[in-house]
Design a protein around this ligand. Structure first.
Ligand code: ZN
Ligand code: ZN
Length: 147
């Protein structure tokens, strides 16, 4: 997995292309070409069970004078020096208003596709609400939900 996302040999050319034209359509072409499996899925909202995640994202966007776009779940993220292209893509997309997180951290509700932390991330964060981890959101798991 790590080698799949390692910087290609022409990384300087790619980084220059990314930085010279941080336009979504062009970034998508670069991602399709070099890291076609990177983006797994996306969704517009977090589960209402994790409003603090939505709030953090919105605050970040406000600080960077942009509007929230979509939550994008990717196969891999790394901060080490072999993955500079992935880091730059992450940085630019994040500042454009996308919430880019790895599939180790976020998943989607099986029913309504709102974003939820994975069980591992829920534990890593030491969350206590919702009381018990579920891979569906509370709205969908309550017996009388209206969705
Ligand atoms: Zn939901
Ligand atoms: Zn749901």
């Amino acid at each position: 997995m790590s080698s799949k996302y390692q910087d290609p040999s022409n990384k300087d050319v790619i980084i220059e292309a990314i930085k010279n034209s941080p336009i979504l359509g062009k970034l998508e072409k670069i991602i399709d070409k070099y890291f076609p499996d990177w983006i797994k899925t996306s969704t517009p909202v977090f589960s209402s069970d994790y409003l603090f995640m939505e709030k953090n994202w919105k605050n970040f966007c406000a600080e960077h004078k942009t509007t929230p776009k979509r939550i994008v779940i990717v196969e891999f993220l790394s901060l080490d020096s072999d993955h500079e292209v992935i880091q730059i893509l992450w940085d630019i997309l994040t500042k454009m208003g996308f919430c880019v997180r790895s599939e180790d951290e976020l998943t989607l509700c099986k029913n309504c596709r709102c974003a939820l932390p994975t069980e591992r991330y829920y534990r890593a964060l030491g969350l206590s609400a919702p009381e018990k981890y579920m891979n569906v959101c509370t709205d969908c798991s309550s017996p009388n939900h209206s969705k």
